[in-house]
Design a protein around this ligand. Structure first.
Ligand SMILES: [Zn+2]
Length: 105
């Protein structure tokens, strides 16, 4: 199964979620031009591919939960370690790996 992500940060987050659950997956990026490099990250359509189709069901549940996030209507936050701005559903910074601090705005 392949899961299409809205952006690269989300795809990376999904891959992290799956790997944390012991599910092997690969991150693939498809560029509109077919050329690698020279495009901003949000110009591509990243996908997470599962290595084993037997993982499809549990992966779907994990990603469904990941997409909904820990709290509906939560606001984006900024990593206090590297300053990266992150969407509410992320519980850790995809850029530097720092875990979200509840005091972060
Ligand atoms: Zn960070």
């Amino acid at each position: 199964m392949r899961f299409r992500a809205p952006n690269l940060a989300t795809a990376q987050h999904w891959a992290n979620v799956l790997e944390a659950a012991g599910i092997d997956c690969e991150l693939h990026n498809f560029y509109a031009t077919g050329a690698l490099g020279g495009l901003p990250a949000d110009a591509c359509a990243p996908e997470v591919w599962l290595d084993d189709e037997r993982d499809d069901m549990i992966a779907s549940r994990l990603l469904d939960a990941a997409m909904r996030g820990p709290a509906a209507g939560a606001t984006p936050w900024r990593c206090r370690h590297c300053g990266e701005e992150l969407e509410a559903q992320f519980t850790a910074c995809w850029h530097c790996g720092a875990v979200r601090d509840p005091r972060d705005g």
